[in-house]
Write a protein that binds this ligand. Structure first.
Ligand SMILES: [Zn+2]
Length: 81
């Protein structure tokens, strides 16, 4: 007996395409509701932004943003700065 290939049962996503978050590799549903796709969350998206916006949002010499910096960056972006 073959299982029917039901797309609603794929990857546990329920609908549509699922992609791995480029930052944390979590499966991310690729939907219009996900404003942060292909990232799983705003946080992962901002980590990636921080990676290319090198120097403007990062302390030189710091290899990674820490949690506090990231929260500050999120606050700043939400205020539109
Ligand atoms: Zn992620």
């Amino acid at each position: 007996m073959t299982r029917s290939n039901d797309p609603s049962n794929a990857n546990g996503a329920g609908k549509g395409l699922t992609v791995p978050c480029p930052q944390c590799q979590q499966p991310v549903a690729w939907t219009t509701e996900n404003a942060y796709r292909p990232f799983c969350s705003k946080r992962c998206k901002l980590i990636d932004l921080g990676a290319w916006a090198d120097g403007s949002h990062r302390i030189p010499g710091e290899p990674h943003m820490d949690e506090t910096e990231l929260d500050e960056l999120i606050d700043r972006l939400e205020r539109g700065e």
